[in-house]
Design a protein around this ligand. Sequence first.
Ligand code: ADP
Ligand code: ADP
Length: 227
Amino acid sequence: MIEFKQVSKQYTRDTFALRDITLTVNKGDLIFLAGPSGAGKSTLLKMIAAMERPTSGTLTVSGQDIGKLKNASLPYLRRNLGLIFQEQRLLLDRSVLANVMLPLLVTGATKAEAEKRSRAALDRVGLSEKIAAKPESLSGGEQQRVAIARAIVNRPQIILADEPTANLDRDNANYVLSALQSFHAAGVTCLISTHDEQFLQSANHVVCLERGQIVDRWHKAEASATP
Ligand code: ADP
Ligand code: ADP
């Protein structure tokens, strides 16, 4: 579903954010990207959404070559992606419901349909009670759950989350992570960057980056859900 073949990303003459990355992400995978700040985690996620392009190597996402993708095709690529990035702020002057409806309205859903699906998405992240609130009145954990609802409301095949639990306390971080895991359980492919040692210890599939290179990875067989 996502294939990096010897991909490098150089921002400036002396900044190589990624060097020679070869990585395959299969449909339905849940992969954690680990590594210190500056390791290249955000860059890797941004390249999948074509927010950054490879300097060399090939990156294919759902059959599309990111290096060759025309800007006009970006909306089609991104329609299949649920993005949870720091850069994608909520609109503070609009209600929670309006924030989540936005991606649906942009892609041509009717208002009634957008509202119905947005309510269902907010229900999935436990925010049914807060749909009329403005994001600024919510806690950090609740705001992050709104961002998740907004990212998944289009039913994307792939979710990309960049440090989704940064700045959250343990309870909120656990909630955000279990919300993401529930989409993985429903078949969505998820890539999540994190610093969180506790999550990494319980993770089945981890790719560790350091200075732009994959320095370690482990993949345990997933425990079966039903006995
Ligand atoms: P991480 O997400 O692991 O913290 P990043 O992908 O943000 O790592 O950054 C990897 C490296 O690329 C760092 O050295 C960072 O300073 C550099 N970098 C990231 N974005 C840019 C940019 N837009 N321009 C120049 N350098 C960048
Ligand atoms: P509904 O079928 O009424 O939308 P669901 O409980 O199945 O209700 O889903 C609630 C919301 O969760 C959906 O609107 C969608 O935003 C999201 N969702 C559910 N399943 C998936 C999935 N497989 N992929 C992506 N998003 C999903």
